[in-house]
Each structure stands twice: as C-alpha cells, then as structure tokens.
Design a protein around this ligand. Sequence first.
Ligand code: GUN
Ligand code: ZN
Length: 462
Amino acid sequence: MTQKLLRGRVLTFHREPRDGDDASAYTYLEDGAVLIKDGTIQRLGTFDALRSAAPSTPVTDHRPHLMMAGFIDTHIHFPQVQVIASWGSQLLDWLNNYTFPEETRYADPDHSARMASKFFDQLIAHGTTSAVAFCSVHKTSADAFFSEASSRGMRMLGGKVLMDRNAPDGLRDTPQSGYDDTKALIEQWQGTGRNSYVITPRFAITSSPAQMEMAQALASEHPDCHIQTHLSENHDEISFTAELYPQARDYLDVYQSYGLLRENALLGHSIHLKPREIDALVETGAHPVFCPTSNLFLGSGLFDNAGLRAKGITNGIATDVGAGTSYSMLQTLNEGYKVLQLQGQSLHPLQAFHWVTRGNACVLGLEDKIGTLDAGTEADIVVLNSQSTDAMALRMERAGSLAEELFILQMMGDDRAIAEVYVNGVPCKATLSRHVDTDENSVTSREDNLENTDISAVFPIY
Ligand code: GUN
Ligand code: ZN
C-alpha cells in the first residue's frame, strides 16, 4: 500500500461553469490536499482534515502552487514530433511536402520507439497526462506508442492511421492490411493497462471506399473503441473530398454513410460545416475537436465553438501537434481564446480550465476515470506555478481572484508553469531539487519548508 498526501491549492470541476460566478461548478481549496493510495485518489479536502484522517501519511507540499487534474489532449499526431514548425503551406501541401515524408520513417521500429519516448516526455513536460493520438500507417508505430504508454502507466488512446491512397510509397496500407493490422492492435492493446485503441481512418482523401468499408466493419465489431478522423479543416480538402466521394451529400456524409459517427467518435477541426452536417453531429453525438494553434498555423479557419454548443454539441479541444504549434494545453487555450475573440465569443478562464480537464474527459466518456480530483478517479494531477516566469510573477502581483490567476496561466503559461505532474500518483516531472519526500512520518519537504508559513505572505489569498 502506497499512500501519500499532496498539499497545495486545489481546483477541481464538478460540471462546466455557466459563467465566472458559477462557484458551485467547482471546488477550490486554498489549503487543500489530495490523498492518494495505489494510484487512485482516495479523498480531496482541506489539508487539516486529511492530515488528521491520515496522520502518518507522507506529505508532499506543493504550496503555493495550484493542483488540478492532468490535462487531456483529444487530438495529437505522435509521428509529427519532428514536423512541428514546418514553414509556409496550408493543409494539403503541408501534408505532402512535410508530413507524409516524415511519417514514412515510422516503418522503422527503432525510430518509432525513440520518438515515442520523446513524445511522452513532451506530454509530461507540458502537463498532459492523457491524449488521443494518431500514429503512422505502420503497425509498428502504434506498438511503440502503446509500449511507451504502458511503461509510463499513462491513460492513452491511439491508433494506427488507415490510409490506402493519395499518399507516397511506404505510407499506404490496403483495405485488408489496414483491417488486419488494426484487429491485431486491438487484440493486443485495447483495455490492457490504461490503453484504449482508436479506429483511425486518417481522412476521406486518403481512404478509398473499399477502406471505408473495412473501417465500418472494424467500428461495428468494436463498439467500445473510439473512432477518430479529420473533418472540414480546409476548403481545398473539402473540394477534393467532394470529387472523391461524389455521391456524398457533404463531407460528413462520407463518414456517416460508413457508420463511423457515434458518441465515441472524434472529428478533428470541423470548421467549415454545413447546416446538415451540424444536424448530423447532433443526431449521432459525435464530437468536433477544436485545434486552435493548428487552425491558425495552417490558415484553416475559425472554429465556431458557440454555434456548435448552441445546438447541444460538446466539443473537445486539442493541440493537433505537429500542425499545432505547441504541446501545451495552456498555449492551446491561449490561441483558442483569440480564435473565439475574432468571432465575438469569449471563453471564461474557469470554462477554459474545465475544458482541458473534465470537459475533454466527458468528450471521451472517461469522466469517471480522469479529468477531476474526485475520489475513486485515477491520480493524474498537474501542479501549476503561475509565477513561473518574471513576466507572470509581475502580472500575478495584481491578480485578485482565482479566475484572474487562471487567465494569466492560460495566456502566459507554458511548460515552465508545470511544476510537477503525477501519473497514477507517481511524480514524473523533474522538480526533485524543490521537493523530496522524506520518511514515512514526516511532513515534507520543500527546501523552503512552508509547513508553518503564512501562505498569504508568499501568495495572494482570494
Ligand atoms: N488531415 C489529414 N491528416 C492530417 C494531419 O496530419 N494533420 C492535420 N492538421 N490535418 C490532417
Ligand atoms: Zn490532426
């Protein structure tokens, strides 16, 4: 039995805040604590209450930092770690000139394994504890992805892309090999440890009708698997899709007609949607995923968050590295805020932090496992330092509320603001010089032990 108590300011959401005054949507504790046992959150409460309930439990003191559930990224490309920041083109040229050539390298298992390790390092560094990833077309890339996820004990979702046309040699499967490889991967990884397999037809342009039929078979044989693809990201992509699928009523109808829309389906981008497509999203419960840094980087367009939400659709938010330009969900919120501003929509920081934690968990149907600090959920936790740069510290001197602090983190924060990350209760980010667990019976731990310090002297109290 490994039990530990993390002390710090604590924030967790119970539902999406309606607005900035909706205090019952979340719990915020100024001197809070999370009691963890064997990778599961046992209790959330004030430090005093949890300390008296578990007096001999070792304490890691994260004050004055803010603890919340680890971030969840609902759309990211693992084989694009060396594509990020590739200059000068929009979607189709970017794919052909940079991305497809790079992804051919993932046929090599050694390359896949090395990149998987680097990829997960980046996720942890940026406070992301769960992600939904596209692997390359090669089975070996998905094996590398899940092996690395398993060895780190992270809750991860992913799948090899199905793509059998409009791509270079070395980056195409066939309807049959795509089906067979996916079956083998599901057999090996789905539900093992914290892994989930995602059936992944890359997008309509790179899958023939014959492959779409195979994807449909996979989806109906595995209703528990998520499905992910791309939808209506770019005007040239939409026109080419219409040429390739002339019988489809619109882009979404390609996926709909092959039975790929359901509540556990994720549709990256979903920018340029027609009214019929929006109705179909409502009917099927499939989830659009907003990828702001990517949409700005590729000049793809502005995601209509408020318009889709007004119809009752629940959207995810994600980095889409490597068209996305940062692994950071904080920077994703920063750019997301601006994309919505351009449309007269404003994202409140409480809603923003709900979105990258519990909100994305709900999109994945995993809110009973991740995305909150509720008792019984998995202990994936991020510790945030809102004074991690001089500029942030300066701005924080004038912060008068939790919402203001969150907004500073959202607009100015990046991996430097991630003081620590717990995966399944285990600290993963190297901050060891700053807090070290000591023996069983002692309260820890930071060099500047804050146990008896007046917290207001070092940090504003709201
Ligand atoms: N559409 C199909 N593949 C991709 C991809 O890798 N990135 C983005 N942004 N869009 C895509
Ligand atoms: Zn993508």
